[in-house]
Design a protein around this ligand. Sequence first.
Ligand code: ADP
Length: 267
Amino acid sequence: MAQIFFNIIGNAVKFSKKGGQIDITISGEFIFTENLILTCTVKDNGVGISKDKIPQLIKPFTQASEASNGDYKGTGLGLAIANKLIELMGGVLHIESEIDQGSTFTFALISQASEEELTISKITSHAAENLAIENLADKHPLDILLVEDNDINLKFMVMLLSQMGYTPDVALNGVEAIKAVEKKKFDLVFMDNQMPRMNGMDATKVIRTMPNGKKMMIIGLSASVFKEDIKLAMNIGMNDYLTKPVRIQQIVERIKNCILLKEKEVK
Ligand code: ADP
C-alpha cells in the first residue's frame, strides 16, 4: 500500500510547480467489522495532463509529454505499478486532469482496521449492518466454488469470502472445476474466463450438462468488457458476468442474490 502512495504522491511533487499545493484526503468506510474501504485522493495544482493522454498513463513506459515532464526523466512505470496494485486490491484508479489545471488521482483500497477504529465502529450505527455481512455464512450457508488460476486474484477472493464466513472450494482451471462439480453440488461458482487447460466458457458448457451443474449460479469473471462476450457467456449458461477488476460490493451483492434465490427455492 505504501508503494501506491509513494508513486502517486511522488508524481504530484514531481509535476508541481514551485510553491504548488498538494492535498491528500483519506476517508474510511467499514465493510466488515474488521475491514475498511479507504477512499484516497491526491490532488495537485501542477502541470496537469491533457485529457487524451490520461487513459494511456496506466500502461507501462508511458509519459504524457516532454513538456509536462520538464527536466525530469522518469521510467513511465510508476503509475502502471500503482494501478496494478490498486486493481489487485479490488479497486480502480481514477485520474482527472487538464493541462495547467492540476491533477486528481482517486482510488479505493481495502485495509484492516486498527484497534482504535474497531472501538469507534462498534459505537456507530454502521456496525450492525457490517455484522450482518460478517456473519452471513452462519445464517445463510452456501457451498461456493472459486475457479481462478491467478494466485493473487484467488487470495483476494478467498479473503473476501472468508470475511463473510464462507470457506470456498478452489479449482485452478476448467478441468478441475468439472471434477469438483462431479463430486459436490455447489450453490454458487465464481468462474474466471481466461485459464490454462480449459477456460471458463468451455467449463460452464460442460457443467451445465452435469446432474450437479444444472441449477447452481455461475458468475463469470473476465477482463473483457465486450458486450458480445457478455452475451456469449449468458447464452452458454452463466447467470451473470463481472468484469475485472471486480469490486468488493459486486461480490457481496451476488452472494446476497444467491442467498435470496436459494431461500425462495426452499419455500
Ligand atoms: P514517470 O513519473 O516515471 O515518468 P509514471 O508512470 O509515474 O512515470 O507517470 C507517467 C506520466 O504521467 C509522467 O511522465 C507524467 O507525464 C504523467 N503524470 C503522472 N502524474 C502526474 C501529475 N500528478 N501531474 C502531471 N503529470 C503526471
